[in-house]
Design a protein around this ligand. Structure first.
Ligand code: CAA
Length: 283
């Protein structure tokens, strides 16, 4: 199927970014969130972000207005019933996602693909919560979604070739490059990225350098756009911790043990940029 409409479940940073690129690519988009006000605020913010692109002469006013007109706020999951594709970008918790997938499976037409933007939860497990495991797939966007070029396509044990082809085609329509990978914890990007970030946090704990020194060393020494601690703040320290926990628990290998400082910061509510404080402070 070449979908013309898409539901986005979850209006956080990732859900908003996904809704933006989908609307810009011509899809009719409905955003739902457990908190309807959050969904409304996300759609308003997308309008502002697209306005900034107009000011920078990256898109025309007409394109901005057309994209905004394609974005709607849904009151609940039932408002997604008529849509042709759904991507879930809700809280990164297995119980939340399993519940959502079971509910969406009952609501959506049987031929609709159900994708998850999860960064570490098993796609096979989410597929098993539905009666359409062949149509359940990982469609993992990177943060910030409008800027980052990659979509990681994750194939669960039962995901069909047709579903993979559909998601690869859709990601291309969004202007993204895809890499297909296996349903193993962390998939490909986070399997490599998160241990590096976690090691950066160990370097801080062991006093190898200040956050600025660690980030400068990695930015200028390895040509990364951001150092590991600034990137952890951008991703969200709660998300980084939950990914490290999935890697640690599933593989049982001590090399994935989350750094105690990471856990400490999350316990303190210092979740990075989104909460105003992480390894750095934000206005
Ligand atoms: N939304 C939309 N656009 C954004 C943006 C955002 N949140 N942040 C920056 N941009 C745009 C800016 O508007 C700017 O656009 P123009 O060139 O058109 O003016 C462009 O990106 C560059 O931004 P800046 O000049 O402000 O800053 P920068 O050059 O340092 O780039 C960055 C910012 C794109 C975030 C860059 O630092 C970067 O690529 N960092 C690494 C990000 C990364 O690795 N993301 C993946 C994380 S892993 C993940 O997401 C998976 C997971 O499961 C955890």
């Amino acid at each position: 199927m070449n979908p013309k409409s898409m539901g986005v479940v979850g209006a956080g940073i990732m859900g908003s970014g996904i809704a933006q690129v989908a609307a810009q690519s011509g899809l009719e988009v409905v955003v739902v969130d457990a908190d309807e006000k959050r969904a409304k605020s996300a759609v308003d913010q997308i309008g502002l972000a697209l306005g900034r692109l107009v000011a920078k002469e990256k898109i025309s006013q007409a394109d901005r207005d057309a994209a905004v007109s394609r974005l709607k706020v849904g009151k609940g999951l039932d408002d997604l019933a008529v849509l042709e594709f759904v991507v879930e970008a809700a809280t990164e918790r297995l119980d939340v996602k399993v519940d959502l997938f079971a509910k969406l499976d009952r609501i959506l037409a049987p031929d609709v693909t159900l994708a998850s933007n999860t960064s570490s939860i098993s796609i096979t497990r989410l597929g098993a919560a539905t009666k359409r495991p062949d149509k359940v797939i990982g469609m993992h966007f990177m943060n910030p979604v409008p800027v980052m070029k990659l979509v990681e396509v994750v194939r669960g044990l039962a995901t069909s070739d047709a579903t993979v082809d559909e998601v690869v085609g859709l990601a291309r329509r969004f202007g993204k490059t895809t890499v297909s990978t296996k349903d193993l914890p962390g998939f490909l990007v986070n399997r490599v990225l998160m241990p590096m970030i976690n090691e950066g946090i160990y370097a801080l704990m062991e006093g190898l350098g200040s956050p600025e020194e660690i980030d400068t060393a990695m930015r200028l020494g390895t040509n990364q756009p951001m150092g590991p601690l600034a990137l952890a703040d951008l991703i969200g320290l709660d998300t980084c911790l939950s990914i490290m926990e999935v890697l640690h628990t599933t593989f049982g290998d001590p090399k994935y043990r989350p750094c105690p400082i990471l856990r400490h910061y999350v316990d303190a509510g210092w979740h990075g940029k989104k909460s105003g404080r992480g390894f750095y402070t934000y206005q």
